[in-house]
Structures are given as structure tokens and as C-alpha cells.
Write a protein that binds this ligand. Structure first.
Ligand SMILES: [Zn+2]
Length: 194
């Protein structure tokens, strides 16, 4: 799986001009049909369907689904919605309050928070390295109340640094940015997706 821009036409053009490279071996990816349709549940109950493009490596022959960065593997809800939930949780609210705020089921939100909490130390470390690499004068976020809050803060700081360096990053949300940087592994440590 490869996390790509949410702009379908842009991705198609990149795929057809050989600009997308295999995450395993670095060879050029070629078009290879489509993955199964997936539903994205956005903000305010908006639902839409996407059929992620599939690609096949011209080097190692492995197929890779091109997942738009608006989605994370195995999640129905848009990255943005989950990200906002994590930001609210970082303020110290429990999963029920977050769920009520977003209009999502308690269990769903509890799952996001639990998974992100498990990933938070790795994420904090990874995005701290990214922040140092991106910023000319990196300012480390102060350690917050919990590892979850620290992870949320450092993603935001790395995104700000990326937007300073590349202004087009301003149009990419911090959560889409996070997915792009770590190959969608925000809630899970593997990136496998069908
Ligand atoms: Zn390859």
C-alpha cells in the first residue's frame, strides 16, 4: 500500500507518467486496475465512495493499492474526523465526550484512542525526527499531560514546519500529512490494506 494525494486526477497522471515509485524496491509503479470500493465517512455525516487505484511494481511485481491520504487503512472514517477526535482526546476528554462531539459510536472512538495511544511513543519519536529535519530552528513542543497529547502536538509541529518549507502543505491537513509521512500507520503499525 502507498498513501497518495487525495486528488484522483493528479495521482492518475503521476501513475501514468511513471512518477510513483514502489515503496519496497523503488522501481516505477504501473497502473493495475482498481481496489475494492471503500466508503469514507466524513464530517457531518457526509458519506462518499472511493475506488482506490491499484498499481503494480515494474521491478518486484508486487501490487500496491494507492490509498488516498484522506483515509487510513482499515478505517471507515476520514483521517480528518479521526484526527479531530484525537485532538479532542489530547485535551483530556474521554472517549464518550469525543464520540458525542463527533456524532460517532462510543466503541468506534474508544478504538481510535486505544490504538493511537499504543502508537503514541513511536509516533512521537518519528515526528520529532521529522520536525528536526524539516524546521530550520526546530522548537520542540513542551511535554504535555499524556503520551497521547505529546504525539498529537508533535504531529502538529511537524506539519507546521513542513508548511513553512513547502507552502503547498498548507492545503494538506495535519492528519493527511501524518498519514503521508508514515504510510498510513497512524493507528496501526502495519500498512497492509486490500
Ligand atoms: Zn517494487
Amino acid at each position: 500500500m502507498l498513501i497518495v494525494d487525495s486528488d484522483v486526477l493528479l495521482v492518475e497522471r503521476r501513475l501514468r507518467t511513471g512518477e510513483l515509485l514502489c515503496p519496497s524496491c523503488g522501481a516505477v509503479l504501473a497502473p493495475w486496475g482498481h481496489g475494492r470500493p471503500r466508503e469514507i465517512r466524513g464530517d457531518l455525516g457526509v458519506r462518499r465512495f472511493v475506488r482506490p487505484r491499484r498499481s503494480r511494481c515494474t521491478g518486484c511485481q508486487v501490487t500496491h493499492v494507492l490509498l488516498p491520504e484522506a483515509l487510513w487503512p482499515r478505517q471507515l472514517d476520514a483521517a480528518e474526523v479521526i484526527g479531530v477526535g484525537l485532538e479532542i482526546a489530547a485535551l483530556g476528554m474521554g472517549h464518550r465526550q469525543v464520540a458525542a462531539h463527533l456524532g460517532r459510536a462510543d466503541d468506534t472512538v474508544r478504538g481510535w484512542i486505544r490504538r493511537f495511544r499504543r502508537r503514541s511513543e513511536d509516533i512521537r519519536r518519528y515526528f520529532t525526527v521529522a520536525l528536526v529535519a524539516l524546521a530550520d530552528d526546530p522548537v520542540m513542543p513542551k511535554s504535555a499531560a499524556s503520551p497521547l497529547s505529546d504525539a498529537v502536538s508533535v504531529i502538529a509541529a511537524a506539519h507546521r514546519a513542513a508548511a513553512m518549507k513547502w507552502p503547498e502543505m498548507n492545503t494538506v491537513s495535519p492528519w493527511a500529512f501524518a498519514g503521508r509521512v508514515i504510510g498510513g500507520r497512524v493507528l496501526t503499525c502495519t500498512s497492509s490494506a486490500s
